[in-house]
Design a binder for this molecule. Structure first.
Ligand code: C5P
Length: 301
């Protein structure tokens, strides 16, 4: 199974809900950084065994604390399987705790993989419901492409787009937890330093730019309301964004809750040139070139 990372082309925070989550309006976009996940029947009585390889995997929880294991248990419960003895091997290319939904991708790939392994007769929409119970971004990791998300981000509508967008992804040394960044957004709002997004249709210009598919047009409408919170927690990211713009990025923004930064380029050649420049600045831990949109979690081709 493979499952993609996501970038939020737009992430507007509308306010805090009574359940503690934030009401958001977002445009998700799946990109070609993918985790590979293999699921197998485990030996009886072993439970969920997770093996993770790749960059910085020491921060990925093992065993039942891993979101992929939680996905396996939730699916087993849903279909009434008494025990879940599965082995899940994850090869990570998506940066860990970095604002690109890497854990969500692993959970989505696990759901798709186990549906096949256990020959379950359940629909994509049932899988999406189970996914929504596990994490706000997991339904999108299943769907892929480009989609508008509302609620916690789990209520999805696909977005029509002709765009092929070339991104440079800048890896950070630091990690940022999503709850920590939302809490910082709450603090900045309480201090009157930012305001919740209004009820107007904030994404309309972005959605029409995506329909036309011109990256310059798309670049003009990228927005992330969590960026001020991520920058308050990691002020050095400001220099990364500024450098990318100086080296010709059409737009530079923090990805989701960060600290990964993503830069939109005019096309493939521009992205490769920008990646090389950014790698030379010494400001980032590494760079990747990624293209979007790509499909959601699926059996590897
Ligand atoms: O849904 P998920 O488990 O991915 O969310 C992780 C945390 O991020 C939540 O516990 C919450 O603190 C925060 N969050 C939020 N509003 C959202 C999505 C996530 O406050 N829409």
């Amino acid at each position: 199974m493979v499952a993609p990372a996501k970038v939020n082309l737009s992430l507007r925070v509308r306010g805090v809900r009574s359940d503690g989550y934030h009401e958001i309006t977002t445009v998700f976009h799946a990109v070609s950084l993918v985790d590979e996940v293999t699921v197998r029947e485990g030996a009886p009585g072993t439970g969920c065994v997770i093996t993770t390889t790749g960059d910085r995997v020491e921060s990925v929880p093992g065993g039942d604390g891993n979101i992929a294991a939680k996905a396996a248990l939730a699916l087993a419960r849903h279909v009434g399987r008494p025990a879940t003895d599965v082995s899940i091997d994850i090869t990570k290319a998506i940066p860990v705790a970095a604002g690109m939904a890497g854990g969500s991708a692993d959970a989505a790939a696990t759901l798709v993989g186990l549906r096949r392994l256990w020959a379950l007769d359940i629909t994509d929409s049932t899988l999406a419901e189970i996914a929504a119970g596990l994490g706000s971004d997991i339904p999108f990791s299943l769907m892929g492409g480009t989609a508008r998300g509302t609620g916690r981000g789990e209520v999805l509508t696909p977005v029509l787009t002709d765009a092929e967008l070339h991104w440079v992804v800048a890896l950070s040394d630091a990690e940022l937890s999503t709850p920590r960044v939302y809490a910082e957004w709450d603090r900045l709002m309480a201090e009157g330093l930012l305001a919740p997004a209004g009820d107007d249709d904030v994404d309309a210009p972005l959605l029409s730019a995506l329909r036309r598919g011109d990256p310059r047009d798309v670049a003009a409408h990228l927005v992330n309301d969590l960026e001020p919170a991520a920058l308050a927690l990691r002020p050095s990211l400001r220099g990364v964004l500024d450098a990318a713009l100086e080296y010709g990025a059409l737009a530079a923004l923090v990805s989701g809750s960060g600290p990964t930064c993503v830069f939109l380029a005019e096309g493939r050649d521009a992205a490769i040139a920008l990646a090389a420049e950014m790698a030379g600045t010494g400001l980032v831990r590494g760079v990747r070139h990624a293209v979007g949109p790509v499909p959601g979690a699926r059996v590897a081709p």
